[in-house]
Design a protein around this ligand. Structure first.
Ligand code: SAT
Ligand code: MN
Length: 618
């Protein structure tokens, strides 16, 4: 019972009992919990066991507090609707810090503060920040608990919404504590919404603080987050641990922690390939991961929709694993036409919906959920909404949080401690011009160049302006835990860690190219299976390509467009490489590379020169 206080005495001595009643004897963990309790002064401490009973209790409390609204069980069983404070709706990149000991190790793409300075600043904020609240201790594991070296974390948070979300997104609870034993390493993740309650003070439905810090200490593998309850800022197992901290671990240990979906593709001949794909937030990773190919006989199964950890197997190939247990997907645009498998997963319930709209019969709705909105909705700000309204009903970064186990096409290998061998890596972004539907890299170094120069128009997934083209290397710009130049060098070093022929083939895709009228040149969604097919046939040596200055594109007739309503001109426009457009990219890439100074690998400058030369010959 989350109300059961492990402390008999009022705060600040909640800490004493944390040790006495804790369901673990892990000395380091107990000491850390004590230390945080002493600092944040919660009313009580609660150790999460991850049980159904605990979920029921927490969600009941959140309903009572007004944070959650229970949805109609006939529509979405065991599911809830949440509205955030209107100021707390996305990741806050300008408040996100990589606090490495040396500034240069954070690189030019990250905010930096010295670890001691950041800790001093944040300790002041944390001082008494949990007063009047329960402090939850959430033991979690990223990746299967059966992994040879399970990657543990413990999040301390004063938000029950975060606990409920972490239960969906990670393997969480007593089983993790048991595996953690008495002395295994874990990443301590501290989170407070920064809204202490005075005696008798009424809580807000979405407590948060104007001051926000999302801080990472890559050397000591710690995460401190303050002031925000929004997913990417508060579910610390996700971007903070599995990308920012894990990328630093991966660099030290010789593997890759990437912002990638993982899918399994089966051909009509029952040949299987695994593909990992990196696109920036809100560019369709979840849709591609759950694709229903329109071409007969081809099948996609899902392994992950956001994060891939890739390590070398004994056979020298790269094996990928999804460290997550749930999806935190962008709701708008997700519907029966665009992603039926996500809809089937959501329909089963057991989900949290944040900043979408509520229907009058207790269901959720968002733009793209169905072709026509219901006559009346309650919008994400809690206001009456009809189709006459000037604003959309759901925030563009509104989210569904749903267990991956409910995805009907989840691959059996999802839980495999070995992971799956990756045949192809896709990079991609959202570009209205210039970038063709698919390009195959010339070799690994060229593929790394493609990833390092990935560009995309910004989306609502982060606070700030939408639709601005920015470089987003490997779709990791907001998630790099160290210097970007060192990161590119790490990618290049994969060639020295195995036989290059065993590495995945790298491709670059752009589903978002438009014609002069602004219409998309390629239909996307299920039709993207055709592009996957070409890539796999390239790997198997069965598909033709045309060499262009930027890489290989499908030769005429090589991309299977059988049954697709697309004129030859449209297809040509989708695949076109315009040397003049690309020449315009060169100075932008040079400027981008210039940012990194001496850590930018010389090989990438060589690639840029070679590209320039090929374009000039054209
Ligand atoms: O907001 S999250 O970081 O959790 C999701 C995303 O932006 O990719
Ligand atoms: Mn993401």
């Amino acid at each position: 019972n989350p109300h059961t206080k492990t402390s008999e005495a009022p705060s600040p001595s909640a800490s004493v009992a944390a040790t006495t009643h804790a369901p673990t004897t892990h000395a380091k963990l107990l000491a850390w919990v004590d230390e945080v309790a002493e600092l944040c002064q919660p009313d009580s401490i609660y150790w999460c066991d991850g049980s159904d009973a605990e979920w029921a209790e927490l969600t009941n409390e959140l309903v009572a507090a007004g944070t959650l609204v229970r949805l109609n069980p006939a529509k979405k069983p065991n599911s809830f609707w949440a509205r955030t404070d209107p100021s707390d709706v996305a990741r806050v990149e300008e408040r996100t810090y990589i606090c490495s000991a040396k500034e240069k190790d954070a690189g030019p793409t990250n905010n930096w503060m010295a670890p001691d300075d950041m800790k001093r600043t944040m300790r002041e904020l944390y001082q008494g920040s949990m007063r009047g609240r329960t402090m939850y201790v959430v033991p979690f594991c990223m990746g299967p608990l059966d992994n040879e070296n399970p990657m543990f974390g413990v999040e301390i948070t004063d938000s029950a919404y975060v606990v409920a979300s972490m239960r969906i997104m990670t393997r969480m609870g007593q089983a993790v504590l048991d595996k953690l034993g008495t002395d295994k390493n874990f990443v301590p993740c501290l989170h407070s919404v920064g809204a202490p309650l005075n005696e008798g003070q009424k809580d807000k439905a979405w407590p948060c603080n104007e001051t926000k810090y999302i801080s990472h200490f890559p050397e000591t593998r710690e995460i401190w987050s303050y002031g925000s309850g929004y997913g990417g800022n508060s579910l610390l197992g996700k971007k903070c641990y599995s990308l920012r901290i894990a990328s630093a671990i991966a660099k030290d240990e010789g593997w890759l922690a990437e912002h990638m979906l993982i899918l399994k593709l089966t051909s009509p001949k029952q040949e299987t390939h695994y593909i990992a794909a990196a696109f920036p937030s809100a560019c369709g990773k979840t849709n591609l991961a759950m694709l229903e190919p329109t071409i007969p006989g081809w099948k996609v199964e899902t392994l992950g929709d956001d994060i891939a950890w890739m390590r070398f197997g004994e056979d020298g190939r790269l094996y990928a694993q999804n460290p997550e247990f749930g999806m935190f997907g962008v709701a708008p645009g997700t519907g029966w036409q665009t992603n039926p498998n996500a809809m089937r997963a959501i329909e089963q319930g057991n989900s949290l919906f944040t900043n979408v709209a509520l229907t009058d019969d207790g269901d959720v709705w968002w733009e793209g959920y169905s072709p026509k909105p219901p006559a009346h909705l309650t919008d994400w700000k809690g206001r009456d909404w009809t189709s006459e309204a000037k604003e959309v009903s759901s925030h563009p970064n509104s989210r569904f949080c749903t267990p991956l186990s409910q995805v009907p096409i989840l691959a059996n290998e999802f839980d495999s401690p070995q992971g799956v061998p990756i045949s192809a890596i896709f990079f991609g972004g959202r570009r209205a011009s210039t970038v063709p539907l698919i390009t195959e890299s010339r070799d690994w170094t060229h593929g790394v160049f493609m990833g390092a120069t990935l560009s995309s128009e910004t989306t609502a997934a982060a606070a700030g302006k939408v639709g601005v083209v920015r470089r987003d290397p490997m779709a990791m710009l907001p998630f790099l835990g160290y210097d970007g130049g060192d990161y590119f060098a790490h990618w290049l070093s994969m060639q020295q860690r195995t036989e290059p022929a065993k590495l995945p083939r790298i491709f670059y895709v752009n589903w978002f190219r438009r014609d002069d009228e602004g219409s998309f040149l390629w239909p996307g969604f299920g039709e993207n299976g055709r592009v996957l097919k070409w890539a796999i046939e390239r790997i198997e040596g069965r598909a033709e390509a045309t060499e262009t200055p930027i890489g290989n594109v499908p030769a005429q007739g090589a991309l299977d467009v059988t049954g697709l309503h697309l004129t030859a001109d449209e297809l040509e426009a989708a695949l076109a490489v315009d040397a003049e457009e690309w020449k315009d990219e060169i100075p932008m890439i040079a400027e981008w590379f210039g940012k990194f100074g001496s850590t930018l690998p010389a090989e990438l400058w060589t690639e840029l020169d070679a590209l320039k030369e090929r374009l000039n010959k054209n």
